[in-house]
Ligand binder design. Structure first.
Ligand code: HMH
Length: 210
């Protein structure tokens, strides 16, 4: 099994993870500020959890197929991203100490659990997390100017190449995985895709309550 098989074999789940009215509204410029700010604040918390997960993954990554290189680069990138979120929050006069929404907490729990799954499943999970964002933000392009820099952040060639590098490392791990590890990778992929969908849903419904 390869990473791309996971997407091909779960088209509905993947579609829900990467297409959402939230992203359509970003593209159209009609996203309520409360929804966008809710997304920003919760994604900042998510990125902090992601940094922890990525550090642990790097610690057990093999030399082969550039896994350490792509993960070390990703670690630097996600730390820089935390700084970028802080800057964007300042520009929007937003404080970044929100209560952790249950969906963000559930996603954080899954990321923590990924510390205990096999290396192929954890590597596949990181690829899926980033690939989902690449596709999701692509669906928001070309964005209304108000949100263009956010769309551009996850649709650059550099980010696309990072996701491809993660895919190479994940495919290399999956090629060596046994049956139980493949099954675990499939389970984790499904859980991640559902949480990606829930994350958009959480952000979008925050706009409705405002
Ligand atoms: C919810 N998924 C979510 N947030 C992100 N920033 C990414 C994926 C990509 O890093």
């Amino acid at each position: 099994m390869k990473t791309t098989d996971l997407i091909r074999e779960n088209p509905g789940t993947w579609q829900e993870a990467t297409r959402h009215p939230f992203l359509d509204a970003v593209r159209e410029g009609t996203i309520p500020a409360a929804a966008f700010d809710a997304w920003l604040a919760q994604d900042y918390l998510f990125a902090g959890d992601l940094l922890t997960f990525q550090s642990r993954l790097l610690a057990r990554a093999p030399r082969r197929d550039g896994a350490q290189a792509v993960l070390a680069g990703g670690l630097v990138a996600v730390e820089a991203e935390l700084g970028w979120f802080e800057e964007k929050a300042r520009e929007r006069s937003l404080t970044l100490d929100p209560r952790r929404h249950p969906t963000t907490a559930a996603y954080g729990d899954l990321l923590a659990e990924l510390g205990g799954v096999s290396y192929p499943a954890a590597m596949t999970a990181l690829w899926a997390i980033e690939r989902a964002y690449l596709e999701a933000w692509r669906s928001a392009a070309p964005s209304d100017p108000a949100y263009r820099e956010f769309v551009e952040h996850w649709t650059t060639l550099e980010f696309e190449e990072y996701v491809a590098g993660l895919g190479t490392a994940a495919d290399s791990a999956l090629a060596r995985a046994d049956g139980a590890e493949i099954e675990e990778s499939e389970r984790v992929f499904g859980e991640l895709a559902r949480l990606e969908r829930d994350f958009w849903e959480m952000s979008f419904s925050a706009g409705g309550e405002a």
